[in-house]
Design a protein around this ligand. Structure first.
Ligand SMILES: Nc1ncnc2c1ncn2[C@@H]1O[C@H](COP(=O)(O)OP(=O)(O)OP(=O)(O)O)[C@@H](O)[C@H]1O
Ligand SMILES: [Mg+2]
Length: 253
């Protein structure tokens, strides 16, 4: 395999220079971290699952007309993506209360919200990715008002798409986080979905049993994380039926 120049190594992925200018190769590691990397482990197979799942969601979004950085999957762990300038914000969409929202506002996990709520956190590990308001974002120049409007619109389109896809396989999308990047076409700037969409960045509960099928399994030691992600992939038809030992018949969309 050709040697590639490493551009960035994060907690879950590595970015390498791509074959053409304006492209990168995104490599999915098996490392899992939570609580701002205070909890760490290696979960065998997680990278392979997230590479496939992110491909599946990004492909689906593209067919629904939502622009993403995804170009093509290269192998089990790598995908070719468009290089973007990442907006230094995590964009969170919440359909039901969970995690930090439940803690902050004292709302029981699982409580439906009156409408999807979009939140922004400033991407800074040292600060623990703090929640910020639109005022902060504009005042500090992380994004313009127009960018913010576009990001909210993109996030809600992703929410509609993912909610439907998961609902079809008996999974409730409680919340998720995306990252958004800028690409330039001469003077013209466009925002597209970047990073990954996977059970690392979503909260997913089984509709019937409320069983957690996302990174909370790792955060709170609720079982085997790779099994949970495998179940998500299998239900979505992303993994061949015989790829697991599971024997129960399941819905395939
Ligand atoms: N298309 C893209 N172009 C450029 N950078 C990207 C793109 N997609 C994702 N990234 C960045 O690549 C990195 C992916 O690595 P990873 O998710 O492991 O990082 P991380 O440990 O979460 O750290 P952080 O997100 O704080 O940088 C992230 O920094 C992400 O913002
Ligand atoms: Mg990340």
């Amino acid at each position: 395999m050709a040697r590639r120049k490493k551009v960035y190594e994060g907690k879950a992925k590595i970015l390498y220079e791509g074959p053409e200018p304006g492209t990168l190769v995104q490599y999915f590691k098996d490392d899992a971290t939570a609580f701002n990397a205070e909890k760490k482990d290696v979960i065998e197979g997680k990278g392979v699952l997230n590479n496939r799942l992110s491909e599946f969601f990004m492909d689906g979004l593209a067919s629904a007309g939502v622009p993403t950085h995804f170009i093509k999957r290269i192998n089990m762990r790598e995908q070719l993506i468009r290089a973007v300038e990442i907006v230094p914000l995590e964009v969170i969409v919440r359909n039901r209360a969970a995690g930090s929202l439940s803690k902050r506002l004292g709302i029981e996990e699982g409580t439906p919200l009156p409408r999807p709520i979009v939140e922004f956190c400033y991407k800074d590990d040292k600060l623990g990715d703090p929640l910020v308001t639109e005022e902060h974002i504009i005042a500090f120049g992380w994004a313009s008002q127009q960018d913010l409007d576009d990001m909210v619109a993109l996030a809600l389109r992703v929410n509609d798409f993912l909610t439907g896809v998961f609902h079809a396989v008996g999974i409730r999308l409680i919340d998720f986080k995306i990252e958004i990047g800028r690409i330039y076409d001469g003077d013209f700037q466009r925002l597209i979905i970047a990073d990954e969409i996977s059970p690392d960045s979503c909260r997913l509960w089984d509709v019937k049993t409320n069983q957690k099928l996302d990174k909370d399994v790792f955060r709170h030691d609720l079982g085997n994380l790779a099994d949970a992600y495998t179940e998500v992939a299998r239900r979505l038809g992303v993994l061949p039926r015989n790829a697991t030992q599971m024997t129960k018949p399941t819905l395939i969309n």
